[in-house]
Design a protein around this ligand. Structure first.
Ligand code: SF4
Ligand code: FES
Length: 293
């Protein structure tokens, strides 16, 4: 890991451009933005998966506390591009906490400061003026770095492909409406279905375990009537896929729950463990013996 320095980008450079008349209409930086906040960024830069990578420092000025963290990176990238430098590659899509694409480790914490938020819901007011902020990609063997802050999370797609769906005929819409589900069951399924597949649980776990993700995906199908026909196969297949992809095992650290932007509870992992045991017992042909007291 090397530490390189590239100080002087960001809006400070933009300010001198305005004075020099550079760029004219090509300058994208909002000229009304006042310099109420500036930060130093230590950003992980890596050209491709095989590159060694290292931290590069940037000074970002003329920021406002109400900017989102990703807007701040957009501003830095505008300045980098204007100066002919490579912009920082990072993932984002919805920018409202829904898609799970914005996978950044900020100051050592996946999704940065705040409880129950994604990176795109973090604002600059969460940091002090003049702070140094370190930004890294998710770190896990199963999530290889593609470039800079972007990692390949297709391992999650393959786990879903192993069983995170219903392939049985669940009937028409009328049938769905007539399958009664209790309020408690519906809420439990919905809590599990809130997982957005961001991977923060993996990134924070010392074992890089994907148990919280798999537990959420298994549970939201396994407790509903439509999920029953494939319940056993789903549980076993998704856990096998998790192992095959190189994710580690759960050792009850609870770090996953702490950083999950959807506050998925580790109780779902306990459910998954019971589901696996149930699948093993039923597959072995054993049946519970009920004895009279
Ligand atoms: S369980 Fe939470 S942290 Fe893990 S992938 Fe789902 S939403 Fe992200
Ligand atoms: S960009 Fe979609 S959750 Fe952050």
């Amino acid at each position: 890991m090397s530490d390189r320095t590239h100080v002087g980008c960001g809006c400070q450079r933009g300010a001198s451009h305005e004075g020099a008349g550079h760029g004219g209409a090509a300058v994208h930086v909002d000229e009304r933005r006042v310099n109420v906040m500036s930060v130093r960024l230590r950003v992980w830069r890596q050209k491709h998966a095989g590159d060694k990578g290292g931290f590069v420092e940037y000074d970002a000025g003329r920021l406002t506390p109400d900017m989102s963290f990703l807007e701040m990176l957009d501003v830095v990238n505008e300045d980098l591009q204007r100066d002919g430098d490579e912009p920082i590659a990072f993932d984002s899509d919805c920018r409202e906490g829904i898609c799970g694409a914005c996978s950044l480790v900020i100051d050592g914490v996946p999704h940065g400061p705040g409880q129950g938020v994604t990176t795109c819901q973090v604002y600059m007011r969460n940091f002090s003026d003049g702070a140094t902020i370190t930004i890294e990609p998710w770190r896990a063997q199963a999530f290889p770095v593609v470039r800079d802050l972007i990692v390949d999370r297709s391992a999650f797609d393959r786990i879903i492909g192993a069983g995170g769906y219903n392939s049985t005929n669940t009937g028409s819409a009328t049938d769905a409406n007539s399958a009664l589900i209790s309020q408690a069951q519906a809420e439990e399924a919905f809590d599990a279905a809130a997982c957005i597949g961001c991977g923060a649980c993996v990134a924070t776990c010392k074992n890089a375990s994907a148990m919280l993700f798999v537990a959420a995906k298994v549970k939201h199908l396994n407790i509903l009537p439509q999920g029953q026909p494939e319940r056993r196969q789903r549980t076993v297949a998704m856990l096998k896929a998790m192992d095959d992809e190189g994710f580690g095992h759960c050792t009850n650290e609870y770090e996953c729950e702490a950083v999950c932007p959807k506050e998925i509870s580790v109780e779902h992992i306990a459910f998954l463990n019971r589901e696996y045991l149930r699948a093993q017992v039923l597959s072995s042909g054993m049946r519970p013996v009920i004895t009279e007291a």
